[in-house]
Design a protein around this ligand. Structure first.
Ligand code: G4P
Length: 526
């Protein structure tokens, strides 16, 4: 198969949701369709139910053994579909943000009863930054929930998405009878606890067809007719280009646990979702069809087993063909590297591969050479854009608790930061180190891992901070003034970029007002 054909048969996406909306369940159903798993329950939820470190470490251990859960590939209708898994726990949101840099599209799962929740908003914002095409799946229609039209309003307002319903529910909860697919002009009847194979699908080209009344009853049929007419009048018709530019989001209704409405969405996804897209680098745009290989590391997974220091770097291939045992340029280190055992991930197993194509993710064994955002190429010096750090929300001073192990501590912190577990800031004024994270759990995870993997111990001290913002200014004089006046609030991040540490939202606003020429950014790259 030619490179072009390989690219044309690939779709790489992520499923995002607020915890409990049904991401794991939906993933599992998709894998079942693809034959990648045989039984329900095979996909372990990576949810942290109890928010404790031991719980987290237990999950990490399992994941360390089976990193396959991070990427799941399956074949469907002659296509190779890669699902990139994202952590469910909000303390690990940054990991999810970064994974979203490696997808070409996303499916957002929303619980019909809960509507749009905070985590959904944050994740969709990240997708919007990059105009990632989004399909919305409204889940749990077998339960009572919000009115479908109100939900669409909520999706438009809170998520800022223009929506285009592709299917419409007939009833809900106790009266849920199924969905009418406007996309395929079919009525899919719901049988609680039924299997997809048993799903009854009836072609109804015209909603006036009395067949509709026969199957769902006159009342429900009339409501459906009215609602569909209204919906079609209010919402734009589906337009693939608008969807692919991230400007229009198709919406489906269903029930993942009942495997209902999932195949309809998958079939549509396969028809409309983009194949691997071009990627921006600081130097130029990279087209997937280019013969020369390029890719970037978006995730690093530590092997928790202390006897093996290995980590796995996840590389998204952006152009050309990646081949085993071939020398590639590690751009940041300026040296050639080759990989004897690159792995691919097919649902529950991982295997060594000889080659991989744009859209694919390969796992590279790493003994500490990679950090997130690193680029590998066929020789060209390229730096992929869009793998930002996000402003952390929790901060603590980190101190060495064992003077004999300061080297180990420095190394451990360095590697954990490369993995993207948290961010390290060094204060300009006194060199004190501050760890910034998205969630409180990471502090304990860092302490635990420093001890178990590096033999180092640290303590934390509170620091009163609200946000870290990256600052930039094209006016040298204004920047100089800002730097001298705010010296005590400045720090460098791990890459040497200047960061303003705001004590409160108020202090941040005051700084912005006092220094209008300075740009305050909430990601390290915008
Ligand atoms: P997540 O990965 O987004 O966090 O959600 P997950 O799939 O784990 O689903 C969260 C809960 O919602 C699970 O129940 C799951 O069974 C349930 N669920 C998923 N889809 C549907 C649906 O269409 N209808 C209904 N009624 N429930 C659904 P749980 O009790 O937390 O776990 P479990 O014991 O059932 O596994």
């Amino acid at each position: 198969m030619s490179l072009k054909e390989e690219i044309a048969r690939r779709k790489t996406f992520g499923i995002i949701s607020h915890p409990d909306a049904g991401k794991t369940t939906l993933t599992e159903k998709l894998l079942l369709f693809g034959g990648a798993i045989q039984t329900a329950g095979a996909v372990k939820s990576n949810k942290i139910k109890k928010t404790t470190v031991s719980d987290f470490m237990e999950i990490e251990k399992q994941r360390g053994i089976s990193v396959a859960t991070s990427v799941m590939a399956f074949e469907y209708r002659d296509l190779k579909i890669n699902i990139l898994d994202t952590p469910g726990h909000q303390d690990f949101a940054e990991d999810t943000y970064r994974t979203l840099t490696a997808v070409d599209s996303a499916i957002v799962v929303i619980d019909v009863a809960k509507g749009v929740e905070t985590q959904t908003e944050k994740l969709v914002n990240v997708c919007r930054m990059r105009s990632t095409p989004i399909i919305v799946f409204i889940n749990k229609l077998d339960r009572e929930g919000k009115d479908a039209i109100d939900l669409l309003d909520e999706v438009e307002q809170k998520l800022g998405l223009r929506v285009c319903p592709m299917s419409w529910p007939v009833g809900m909860g106790g009266t849920f009878k199924g969905v009418y697919s406007m996309y395929e002009k079919k009525l899919v009847l719901f049988r609680p606890h039924g299997k997809q194979e048993e799903e009854e699908i009836i072609e109804i080209k015209d909603l006036a067809d009395p067949l509709l009344d026969k199957h769902v009853g006159e009342r429900a049929a009339n409501t459906l007719r009215e609602e569909v007419e209204m919906v079609q009048g209010v919402y734009p018709a589906f337009n693939q280009a608008a969807y692919q530019h991230g400007e229009l989001s198709p919406v489906f209704f269903g029930s993942a646990v009942n495997n209902f409405g999932v195949r309809e969405m998958l079939d549509c996804f396969v028809d409309i979702a983009p194949t691997p897209l071009p990627r921006e680098t600081e130097e130029r745009t990279i087209q997937p069809e280019e013969e020369k290989f390029s890719g970037f590391v978006f995730k690093i997974h530590a092997n928790i087993d202390p006897r093996h220091r290995d980590r796995i770097a996840f590389l998204r291939i952006c152009s050309g063909t990646f081949e085993r045992n071939t020398n590639y340029l590690h751009v940041r280190q300026g040296r050639q590297m080759r990989f004897a055992n690159p792995t691919s991930f097919m649902a529950s197993k991982k295997e060594v591969i000889d080659d991989a194509y744009p859209g694919d993710v390969v796992g590279l064994y790493d003994s500490g050479n990679f950090k997130i955002g690193d680029t590998l190429t066929d020789g060209e010096v390229l730096h992929f854009k869009g793998i930002p750090h996000f402003s952390p929300e929790q901060f603590r001073y980190v101190e060495n608790a064992d003077p004999l192990k300061s080297k180990q501590l420095a190394k451990g912190l360095d590697q954990l930061m490369d993995e993207g577990v948290a961010q390290l800031f060094t204060k300009e004024i006194n060199g004190r180190k501050i760890i910034g994270t998205v969630g409180a759990l990471q502090f304990e995870v860092i302490q635990y891992r420093l001890q178990h993997e590096y033999g180092a111990s640290c303590t934390y001290e509170p620091v009163n901070l609200h946000k870290a913002c990256w600052v930039k200014c094209s006016d040298d004089k204004a920047f100089q003034e800002f730097r001298s006046r705010r010296n005590k609030d400045l720090a460098k991040d791990k890459d040497g970029q200047l960061v303003y540490l705001a004590e409160s939202a108020w202090a941040l606003r005051m700084a912005q007002e006092a220094h209008p020429a300075v740009e305050f950014r909430f990601t390290s790259e915008e």
